[in-house]
Design a protein around this ligand. Structure first.
Ligand code: NAI
Length: 418
């Protein structure tokens, strides 16, 4: 088995962490039981390009339990947990190509190593594997069953590929499942982004002025949790409907130009580039903290900030101070990469449970139907989405109301009016 990890001796610590995460991942454990019995992935090779965290380790174990040969590579060089990678290799005999802090060259070398295994199905978080498949490994596409995509930014990239007519595979956009974005993006990103900022800086959030750029599913979560800590939250949003939603949720809404001079902390979570750039650096308050929770490190223009600074240095792990020519100092967390994964542990396992249950069921769906599916972007079938929510509720010991036969008939009828 070929692999590239930091140090296999970290495996024992990694295993403890994976086992701890497993306690909270009840839906995935249920799927694992079924996979073990039914072997739906028997003989398939699967390449997963995901953040190498404890939760991804559980997903890899579950896919392997269904009969697949699994290879894992990282979807971000700063989110890899080296002990988790070591445990997957040592205890589960799952090939991993991921090292925390890998250079860009090394990062792509890892992705290529995963694709060299000629996978039948790939999993992405940000569409990097799929992009490589459609640019460098086109010869692999013909024999593949399909792919899955975990995050909003990845789905945007693959819809662009589909619109250009070049998408060659069926891809299931797991992000679009209700049991994914309603929970992972909102509650997962909300909690873990605040966790990342606090772990990196140990600043008190109460009383601070926090600007959240982007009021999508993730931004709603970040704003909600910052508010819960006692911050004064201002939302910056380009979509009028979402801006209005933020207003009615009780937040101040403003432009970046108006909000930035008062911000103690700015969090970008838009999936867009240059949200905080040269237009903003010059008006920031001394001591402002900049963090990004969007998928790519393009939301804060770090190269532009460097140019405007007379010096920069790491003042605390993951906190870089930039001294601007105006003598103001601003702090960037985790090099502008996903702060919740780079400075903390990413989403809590209980929420990744649903996202990765969606991934496991999407992979099974592709194994069973991929051969007959046209190239295109697909949603996770509705019944699978519902099934995940059912299992999650059941594992929490919660029963929900069911329709009576009369109610079912009423909802399906058109002639029972006033
Ligand atoms: P979304 O599409 O629901 O929301 C993004 C919002 O940003 C939209 O309302 C859009 O109008 C707004 N926006 C775009 N450009 C803007 C700008 N220049 N200024 C202000 N607002 C702007 O997307 P979602 O699901 O909230 O995801 C956002 C990003 O977070 C994506 O890159 C996604 O991949 C990533 N993500 C990160 C996670 C994490 O663990 N940190 C977890 C899940 C998603």
């Amino acid at each position: 088995m070929k692999y590239h990890i930091k140090n296999k001796n970290l495996a024992a610590e990694g295993k403890k962490k994976i086992d701890w995460a497993a306690r909270e991942m009840t839906v995935l454990s249920f799927i694992e039981k079924r996979f073990k019995a039914e072997q739906p992935l028997s003989g398939l090779r699967i390449a997963a390009c995901l953040h190498v965290t404890t939760e991804t380790a559980r997903l890899a174990q579950v896919l392997a339990s269904g009969g697949a040969e699994v290879v894992v590579c990282a979807s971000n060089p700063l989110s890899t947990k080296d002990d988790v990678a070591a445990s997957l290799v040592k205890h589960d005999h799952i090939a991993v190509h991921a090292v925390h802090g890998a250079s860009r060259t090394e990062y792509y070398k890892h992705l290529r190593a995963a694709l060299e295994t000629r996978p039948d199905i790939t999993l992405d978080d940000g569409a990097d594997l799929l992009t490589l498949l459609h640019s460098t490994y086109t010869k692999h596409l013909g024999s593949m069953l399909g792919s899955t995509e975990e995050t909003t930014t990845g789905v945007i990239r693959l819809r662009a590929l589909e619109a250009s007519g070049a998408l060659a595979l069926p891809v299931i956009a797991v992000n679009d499942a209700q049991t994914k974005h309603l929970f992972d993006n909102r509650y997962g990103t909300g909690q873990s982004t605040l966790d990342g900022i606090i772990r990196a800086t140990n600043v008190l959030i109460a009383g601070k002025s926090v600007v959240v750029a982007g009021y999508g599913w993730c931004g709603k979560g970040v704003a909600m949790r910052a508010d819960g800590h006692g911050a004064h939250v201002t939302v910056v949003e380009i979509d009028p409907v979402r801006a209005l939603e933020a207003v009615m949720d009780g937040f101040a809404v403003s432009t970046m130009k108006q909000a930035a001079p008062h911000a103690d902390i700015i969090v970008t979570v838009t999936g867009n580039r240059d949200v905080v750039d040269g237009r903003v650096f010059s008006i920031l308050k001394n001591g402002c903290i900049l963090a990004n929770a969007g998928h790519f490190d393009v939301e804060i223009d770090i190269a532009g900030l460097r140019k405007k600074s007379s010096s920069h240095s790491e003042v605390r792990k993951g906190v870089c101070a930039y001294v601007l020519s105006s003598k103001k100092t601003v702090y960037v967390l985790a090099e502008g990469r996903l702060v919740n994964l780079a400075a903390a542990e990413g989403h809590p396992s209980a929420v990744m449970d649903m996202s990765f249950a969606g991934q496991a069921l999407a992979v099974r769906y592709l194994a069973e139907h991929g051969q007959h599916m046209e190239a295109g972007v697909y949603s996770l079938p509705h019944d699978l989405d519902q099934e995940i929510a059912q299992h999650k509720l059941a594992s929490m010991g919660i029963s929900h109301e069911r329709l009576t036969p009369a109610q079912k008939r009423y909802l399906a009828s058109w002639n029972e009016g006033t």
